[in-house]
Design a protein around this ligand. Structure first.
Ligand code: GLC
Length: 634
């Protein structure tokens, strides 16, 4: 059913193109492949509509010039018209979810959990605009952002990609972020993609890609409502979620994809699957292709087996299992997005304005990120107003997260799972190279890498406090030498299912029994939300300082709230810093009083491991409630 309402010119162009497209060309447009699985020659030969970089999939030396060169080659191939091929420009997609986070030297903004605490929609729009400029400086046109998840359980490994546990803040950000990215679809714009449709943050036990077992009303009020402002802002793409809703995979759910999103909400752009997302609907791949297309997915993110996808899709049309009307609906939507974005009129990537006048990792963009860091910090404790600190205080700075830009950036940074980037400081426990984390996870490894630009939290402190010294494990603490300790502790990077915390296999077993199709299970981050069980080294570091009678200011770097009873008791002050990104200096700005704390919790902070209070519950007896946060002048 042609529900697209668009201006006449675009409608005419779409119908003109459609009328000239073969079935192969139509199905090619519906196919997105990963860059490692396809050459520019094959993009032309198979009429591919889009290419993406999965997390950490980068060209050459991962400099903007390498990205521009790569995009230029794909674009040129897609535009080489001949008897077999119609010139339709490819669109290149990346996960620029907290800055253009795959690329060396990019400004890395705080992850969404910290931005939620800032509760500043105007800042969000500026972050989106800066991110768009950095994306455009690499010849890329499309980002799979913003995530509109409303994360309801901190066991979920993607909690940090969510702004809040309750929809209000997410609603207030959704339209502004899309507006900042799509920016009137002019020269400074990229195509946005809201995700993951729908209910990704509501799975039972927080199992990634699990089952969201909730009523229609809860789905609508909590998980769908943040999409309204994004749709009103004209977001051009929506990504389907891996999770199931009451046992049914979103990737095969015609009600959610077609009846709700396309018909009821009148979404005019196109729906893209998640990474091989249809593979989990059924073990028979041919069956999953048919069900995914008929459910209403328009473009398919097929990381490697794109030839198989194309063959099955074509056979289903020839056999009548998939109608030509459904194919035409998908292709019209894809062409609509490319035409609305002006992709046909933009020059080749290398010739575009931002390719030639890059605004990438600049001080202006980093200043916005540093402001976001400041505004994201939440002060949970400040005994005897020990904060703000004097810049002349004799400070020992300790903790594994103090001098590691990789840790402070978290997942989806340079590599899919993030990286470790310590400064090889003399006291560092980590002498570079992958680190085998021994916290009960199946030998999870963190890749060594580098964050170019920005400051570690330690570097930010050192820049303003001349009497600060770094000693990562804190054993050098001496009351004759040190007035106070700043102990920066917390999680190491993770992404998606590898960030899940699971205290038992029963959660996977229960979920697997309830859903149609099957569940992708990855090695979890850990088996407890209790910080000193996840990272016992952190409590030891604090004790090395407080045992000497030196007060400790604890700064927690984490992608979620955790059980912090022991660490909190030992601290004189406690700051939640979330995953601040490349501009660690923002933390020193507030610790020394140049700026006040403004952050308020957008997630309830639980007191005990077996509790999961959420704003609005009754009773509601957390350690710190939603909206909590101290300040100097509060
Ligand atoms: C991942 C994520 C999704 C991301 C996509 C492309 O599996 O679920 O958020 O945009 O694949 O990397």
């Amino acid at each position: 059913m042609d529900t697209l309402v668009m201006d006449k010119t675009i409608a005419q162009k779409i119908n003109d193109l459609l009328g000239r497209m073969s079935l192969d060309q139509k199905i090619g447009q519906m196919t997105q492949t990963e860059r490692l699985a396809i050459t520019p020659k094959e993009v032309k030969e198979y009429h591919i509509g889009s290419v993406l970089s999965g997390g950490g999939s980068v060209p050459g030396d991962n400099q903007p010039a390498d990205w521009i060169k790569m995009n230029d080659e794909y674009w040129a191939a897609s535009m080489e018209e001949d008897e077999q091929h119609l010139a339709i420009p490819i669109i290149y997609g990346v996960d620029a979810i907290h800055g253009h986070n795959n690329v060396l030297g990019a400004t890395i903004f705080p992850h969404n959990i910290g931005l939620g605490a800032a509760n500043d929609p105007e800042l969000i729009e500026r972050i989106a605009k800066a991110t768009a400029r950095e994306i455009l400086s690499t010849g890329v046109e499309w980002t799979f952002a913003p995530t509109l998840a409303v994360a309801r359980n901190n066991h979920w490994g993607r909690t940090y990609e969510s702004y809040a546990e309750s929809p209000e803040i997410v609603q207030s950000y959704a339209g502004r972020f899309v507006k900042g990215l799509q920016n009137s679809l002019g020269r400074d714009s990229v195509v946005a993609c809201v995700k993951h449709w729908v209910g990704d943050g509501g799975t039972s036990y927080g199992v990634d890609q699990g089952d969201t077992e909730i009523s229609d009303d809860e789905m609508s009020e909590i998980h769908i409502s943040p999409y309204y402002p994004a749709l009103a802002e004209g977001v051009l793409t929506v990504m389907v979620s891996f999770n199931s809703w009451n046992g049914k995979k979103c990737h095969g759910n015609k009600y959610l994809l077609t009846e709700v999103l396309k018909e009821e909400l009148e979404f005019e752009g196109f729906i893209i699957s998640d990474w091989d997302g249809i593979d989990y609907i059924d073990e028979d791949y041919s069956e999953t292709v048919a069900r995914g297309i008929n459910a209403g997915i328009d473009m398919f993110m097929v990381s490697e087996k794109w030839r198989e996808f194309i063959a099955h899709a074509k056979n289903h049309v020839l056999s009548g299992r998939v109608s030509m009307e459904r194919i035409d609906d998908a292709v019209k939507r894809i062409l609509y997005v490319k035409l609305m974005y002006g992709l046909f009129d933009r020059p080749r990537p290398a010739e575009r304005y931002w390719s030639k006048n890059p605004d990438f990792g600049t001080s202006h963009n980093r200043a916005i990120a540093r402001e976001a860091v400041r505004k994201s910090l939440v002060l949970l404790k400040n005994e005897n107003d020990i904060l703000p600190l004097s810049k002349n205080a004799r400070i020992i700075v300790a903790g594994k997260n103090a001098d590691n830009r990789g840790y402070q950036c978290g997942g989806f940074t340079i590599a899919w799972q993030g990286i470790t980037d310590d400064n090889e400081s003399a006291d560092s426990d980590n002498k570079g190279g992958p680190i085998i984390m021994d916290y009960n996870s199946s030998s999870a490894q963190i890749q060594k890498g580098s964050i170019v630009g920005g400051t570690s939290i330690w570097e930010g402190i050192k820049a303003v406090a001349p009497n600060a010294t770094l000693n990562l494990n804190g054993t050098a603490a001496d009351p004759n030498l040190h007035d106070v300790g700043i102990v920066v502790i917390g999680e190491t990077p993770y992404a998606e299912g590898m960030g899940d915390i699971r205290d038992g296999d029963y959660q996977i077993e229960e979920t697997s029994e309830k859903i149609e199709g099957f569940l992708k299970v990855l090695a979890p981050y850990g088996h407890s939300t209790v910080l000193n069980e996840l990272h016992p080294e952190d409590l030891r570091t604090i004790q090395h300082i407080t045992d000497k009678g030196i007060p400790a200011i604890v700064v927690l770097v984490s992608g979620r709230t955790l059980i912090i009873k022991k660490e909190l008791e030992l601290s004189s002050a406690f700051v939640a810093a979330w995953l601040p990104g490349s501009e660690g200096q923002g933390i020193a700005d507030v610790l020394f009083g140049d700026y006040d704390f403004q952050g308020k919790l957008s997630f309830t902070w639980q007191k005990h491991r077996d509790e999961n209070y959420i704003k609005g519950d009754s009773p509601y007896e957390p350690l710190f409630p939603y909206g909590y946060g101290l300040s100097y002048n509060g």
